[in-house]
Each structure stands twice: as C-alpha cells, then as structure tokens.
Ligand binder design. Structure first.
Ligand SMILES: [Zn+2]
Length: 362
C-alpha cells in the first residue's frame, strides 16, 4: 500500500510539473472529476482500496466453506482492518472548501463549462491551457496569494484600495474597464450574428424608455410574438455571484418591460427576460440553456464563448503582470489616470466601491 501511495505522489508531482502548477496545488483539484471542474487525475490508491473492498464483501457473503475459511486467515483479517480505515472522499467538496477552490461549486456537475479541462481540445495550446487551469485554481500569479495576506505588499499595483486578487483584476480594477467591455461585447456580438443569420427579428443595444428609466438590454429577440430580452453578464465564478447577476442585474431590472415597450419588431404579446451569465474563469450558468431552447443555438455556441471569455481574462491578467515589470524598471508603480485612459482608449471612473464582482462590462 505504501508503494501505491508513492506512485500516486509521483503522478501528482509529474502532473503539476507538466502544467506549471505550484507544488501547493490542491490535491483535491487534481482528483476532482473533470465534469465537476477538476483535472480528473486517477488516484490509484483509491481505486485499489475500492476494488479490494468489493472483493472482501464477496468473500464475506460467500457460502462456500473454503472461502469462509480463507476469510478467517490472518492475512485477510489484516487486509480487512486496513480497508475498514479507508474512507471515501468527495474531492469536489474538499476542493471547494480550500482557498484555491473559492467559487468552485459553480463548476460542479457542469460539463459544458468544463469541456476543455481534459486537455484534448484544439481550443487551448500549451501555455494558455496551463494559465486557464491557473485561473480556475486562483493560482495565476497576482500580489494577493494564498500566502501573501500582508496589505503592505498585496494591494493592487494600480493604486486601487483593494487587494490584488484575480477577482479584482478581472472584475473591478478600473484599469481593465475597457477590456471588460470588450470581453462582454464579444459574447453579445456572437449572439447577434447568430440571430441575424437565422433571420430572427431583433434589436441590439437599443435604448428603451420606461417611466423615468432608460434601459438598454443587449438584445431583444422576437419569436412567435414573444419578445425575449437578453442581457449578457460576465461575472466572477461563484454560485452566489451568478445568482445575484441573473436575478438582480438582469431579471429584476428588465422585468418592468411590457409588450408596448418593445418598438418596431411587429406584434408582441409577451415579454420574457433571459439573463446569460458567463464566468470570467469560463463558467456557464446552467439556466443559460433557456436561450438554447428558444433560439435552437448549436452546442458550440456556449463552448466558443467560454473559450473566448477565458482567453480574454488571461490576456487581462498577462497584461496586468507585464505592467508590473515595466513599471518596476521605470521605478514607477503608480499608474496615472492618463495612462489608464490611453490603455482603454476611453475615460474611466474611479474603482467601483460596491465590490463590483458582478460586472457586465456594459
Ligand atoms: Zn486595481
């Protein structure tokens, strides 16, 4: 048994080496099934123990006298004691309770969001795959890590009053406001292209007036006299954040719309709001499938947009870390607002104070 555990250890460290993951990468992440958002590495020890447990049960329930005698031998008794000590482990649950597994529950039983994890797809090559895995495990290098809890050294390098976490860079750092809008718009554009190609009546980013409110959903699509109000949000990967993004940011906001508010799309008898929520780390809210059914979207739609969103997030994180190097060479760690504006090609406000973990970028 000791030898098997040694094999497992070797397999784990080989996997981490190949994927450029730190030694501290959670074992539970490696062993979580890919459909639940892990790497799906086999644990040989676990497999052997489960096999032996099954065999032992067969021995114990046999009515064959020879087998009963065998079950009472010292060797089998010893094995039985060892197997009794073995406990099944829920790797996904263990991972979701670690620092690295923050928000991991949003990938649980979500094969669409995890389709690229087995690493056999053409979508990610080499380094990008490794970085996508780092994004999933909070291991993409930023200043605030699992071990750096010191505010003297872990605050955002752009002078934001926030710790420099992956979440901060991707969802609220004002430096990346432009990139966030781009990340969001790519999803909207791909949906608009599909809708146009399939000859649905639709409006894109059109202002609607409702009382004193001005609303601008990403898309309004009419099918069989129902107007589907679709709004896309790229949120931080966490079940609670996904829920909030869908319910508060989209559902509640647009539920005020009635058929008479929808202009120029022919007869409309009902309005239905459909939030589309993606995660910055490649999450895909299961309820997004509601839109699949309405528009008969191909399976590839989710996959393409998941890959695209992960790539955009990685680009943001890479840019973020390259700026550290440039700034430290210039002896300047405080970026000026004008630098930020020139990067985004637009004006941006100060960092949003409401944590802004839900950010549609629009
Ligand atoms: Zn920042």
């Amino acid at each position: 048994m000791k030898r098997i555990e040694r094999y497992d250890r070797a397999l784990r460290s080989f996997t981490k080496k190949v994927l450029h993951l730190p030694k501290s990468t959670a074992t539970s992440f490696l062993y979580t099934k890919t459909r639940d958002g892990g790497l799906g590495l086999p644990c040989i020890f676990e497999k052997v123990m489960k096999f032996l447990r099954g065999q032992l049960r067969k021995l114990q329930t046999s009515s064959d006298l020879w087998i009963i005698a065998l079950a009472q031998t010292q060797l089998v008794q010893k094995m039985q004691r060892r197997i009794e000590k073995f406990k099944d482990r829920n790797w996904q649950q263990e991972f979701s309770r670690t620092w690295q597994g923050h928000g991991a529950d949003s990938f649980k039983a979500n094969p669409v969001a995890n389709f690229w994890l087995p690493g056999q797809t053409k979508f990610f090559k080499g380094r990008v795959y490794n970085q996508a895995v780092q994004l999933r495990t909070q291991l993409f290098p930023t200043r605030r890590t699992q071990y750096n809890t010191d505010p003297a050294t872990n605050m955002c390098r752009h002078g934001c009053p926030s710790q420099e976490t992956i979440q901060h860079v991707l969802q609220s750092c004002p430096f990346f406001q432009g990139a966030r809008i781009k990340r969001h718009d790519k999803v909207v554009n791909s949906l608009a292209e599909y809708v146009q190609k399939n000859k649905f009546k639709f409006l894109k980013e059109t202002y609607l007036t409702k009382g004193t409110q001005r609303l601008k959903p990403d898309l309004i699509i009419v099918k069989e006299e129902v107007a589907f109000v679709v709004d896309v949000t790229v949120a931080y990967d966490h079940p609670e954040v996904f829920k909030r993004a869908a319910e508060e940011k989209v559902q509640r906001k647009y539920s005020v719309l009635t058929p008479s508010d929808i202009p120029g799309l022919g007869e409309v008898k009902a309005v239905e709001v459909i939030p589309i929520v993606l995660g910055a780390g490649g999450g895909w809210r299961r309820a997004n499938s509601k839109l699949d059914k309405v528009l008969k979207l191909p399976r590839s739609f989710a996959k393409i947009n998941i890959i695209r969103t992960i790539k955009e997030s990685i680009t943001m994180l890479r840019l973020h870390s390259s700026l550290q190097r440039r700034n430290s060479r210039n002896g300047n760690t405080n970026n000026t607002q004008s630098h930020i504006n020139s990067m985004n090609g637009m004006n941006v406000g100060p960092a949003s104070t409401n944590a802004a973990s839900v950010n549609s970028g629009a």
